[in-house]
Ligand binder design. Structure first.
Ligand code: NDP
Length: 342
């Protein structure tokens, strides 16, 4: 059995979901309530592969909200993730993806040092961040969506916002050696990590966001921002392809601007309907078919009986692993989302 640990994007989102699901008493509660809420299994999932194989999974709602980080409720945030992992393991799930901020919190706060959660000894090889599949899907989206909107990749400048992150660095590695891109702009805050990445790649210009955006034909957003940033769309190139892989979204608004094409990044479409409720709760456009690539990674590992933490740690995603997960992704009927809005 596979599992997915997820969370909602904001307190407002959590309150509206509670109302929608018929829990009005939860809908009126503030952040403190969510800080003390325990993890819950809220969905049972059945997935059929393009090969005909069927698997079953569980969705674990961690009750983490990004506002916990923004308001420095770090203890609550870390407890949410560790408790959700223990809950998944206690329920016999073999391989569970740590969706959205779950893996970021796990890494940033060194949660691998906490192994004992009450009577459960966490077995980390039952978990995966899902970042290898996410990075692979974003790279395929760069390659395929650029063609769709008439951007020639070999002449394009690609800015990666969150370049030094786990997903961002893998995307940079891929663009550097698998795709023929004209220029690579590296955006993040920590200068030392940017320097190290530039040395590893042997190329790339380090630029602040406001300087990178007007130069970019394609922007890949994979920064771990608890809240999106406001962008002056007037200053962007036309055409410009913006691939937003963040959860919550890195861009504050989806603006209607001619020539600016926006694509939901790190999202896959399955070739068959999936029997679940959770993707409508997170407002996916086609909830029966579309899902986060990290969640799909745990499904792929279950299909392949690869019970291992395929994606783990920081900045260790190799091109070989991206190829491997990419092959099984295609085999089981997943493809990158390519519906571009503008
Ligand atoms: P990491 O924490 O590993 O990396 C985040 C990157 O963003 C770092 O380079 C960090 O560098 C940079 N960053 C953070 N804040 C800012 C900022 N304000 N301005 C510029 N750069 C910033 O995160 P991951 O790679 O694991 O995840 C990235 C995003 O992808 C997250 O939003 C996550 O929720 C989402 N995600 C989506 C998935 C999907 O299936 N679609 C799956 C998994 C994750 P620095 O701190 O130096 O600025």
């Amino acid at each position: 059995m596979f599992g997915l640990i997820g969370h909602l994007t904001s307190l407002e989102h959590a309150q509206s979901v509670a109302r929608e699901l018929g829990y009005p008493e939860y809908a009126d509660q503030g952040l403190d309530f969510w800080c003390s809420a325990p993890p819950q299994i809220v969905d049972t999932i059945k997935v059929t592969s393009a090969t005909g194989q069927q698997i079953e999974g569980r969705y674990v709602e961690s009750c983490f909200l990004p506002e916990m980080l923004a308001t420095r409720r770090i203890k609550a945030a870390t407890r949410k993730i560790i408790n959700a992992m223990a809950h998944a393991q206690k329920n016999g799930i073999n391989i569970t993806a740590l969706g959205g901020f779950s893996s970021i919190i796990f890494e940033n706060f060194n949660l691998n040092q906490i192994q004992q959660v009450r009577n459960i000894k966490l077995e980390f090889d039952r978990f995966t961040t899902g970042n290898t599949h996410t990075a692979y899907i974003i790279c395929r989206q760069v390659e395929q969506a650029s063609q769709q909107v008439g951007i020639n990749l070999s002449k394009a400048t690609v800015a990666v916002c969150g370049a030094t992150g786990d997903i961002g660095s893998a995307v940079c590695r891929w663009l550097n050696s698998r795709a023929d891109v004209a220029d690579l702009l590296l955006v993040a805050r920590n200068p030392d990590r940017l320097q190290l990445l530039q040395e590893e790649l042997g190329r790339g210009k380090i630029l602040p966001l406001e300087e990178a955006l007007p130069q970019a034909d394609i922007v890949v957003w994979v920064a771990s921002m608890p809240k999106g940033v406001e962008i002056d769309y007037q200053k962007l190139k036309q055409p410009c392809l913006m691939i937003d892989g963040g959860y919550p979204k890195n861009m504050a608004k989806q603006i209607q601007q001619p020539g600016v094409h926006i694509l939901n990044g790190g999202i896959v479409e399955h070739s068959l309907d999936i029997d679940w409720k959770i993707m409508s709760i997170v407002n996916m456009d086609v909830p029966a078919r579309q899902l986060f690539a990290c969640f799909a990674e745990s499904m792929l590992l279950e299909f392949e009986k690869l019970y291992t933490n395929f994606s783990w740690g920081r900045n260790q995603i190799t091109l070989e692993k991206m190829d491997l997960i990419g092959q099984v992704s295609v085999k089981h009927g997943f493809r990158p989302l390519l519906t571009v809005g503008s």
